[in-house]
Design a protein around this ligand. Structure first.
Ligand code: RTP
Ligand code: MG
Length: 141
């Protein structure tokens, strides 16, 4: 099975709730390694660029406002099937629809404040990792 990398963001609501460690522990518990990590306050320009794919959507402004409302923890997760595995750990976008035991079911309050972001495919994962960790050291294993 392929070793993949995916971009994960612990969003401002979860950082404010002080559950960063609990969320990272779920990634580690599922066999994903933290290959890079940083706690940062996104600028509006960064949030708009990162979520540019949603520019035309009615929720775009709310999404950007939310993502700049406080610091976020950004990490690269690495492991077998990392992209899908992370999406499964996260649960559905709307926490009301997220399966029990997923990060969003356990830590998110609403579809806007939904605790985590995760890349959704190989191509977006590569783009998103490069966006936040340009020139990241690649370790062979
Ligand atoms: P993410 O990109 O943050 O990992 O979330 P996702 O793939 O599960 O959902 P996506 O469709 O990519 O939407 C990005 C974020 O926009 C907010 N959203 N709000 N009010 C709404 O109908 C709505 N739909 C999406 C969510 O915060 C979602 O995570
Ligand atoms: Mg998405």
């Amino acid at each position: 099975m392929a070793i993949e990398r995916t971009l994960s963001i612990i969003k401002p609501d979860a950082v404010a709730k002080n559950v960063v460690g609990q969320i990272l522990a779920r990634f580690e518990g599922a066999g994903l390694k933290i290959a890079a990590a940083k706690l940062v306050q996104l600028s509006r320009a960064e949030a708009e660029a990162f979520y540019g794919v949603h520019k035309a959507r009615p929720f775009f402004n709310d999404l950007v406002n939310f993502m700049v409302s406080g610091p976020v923890m950004i990490q690269v997760l690495e492991g077998e099937n990392a992209i899908l595995k992370n999406r499964e750990l996260m649960g559905a976008t709307d926490p009301k629809k997220a399966e029990k035991g997923t990060i969003r079911a356990d830590f998110a309050d609403s579809i806007d404040a939904n605790a985590v972001h995760g890349s959704d495919a190989a191509e977006t994962a590569a783009q998103e990792v490069a966006f936040f960790f340009p020139g990241m050291q690649v370790y062979s294993r």
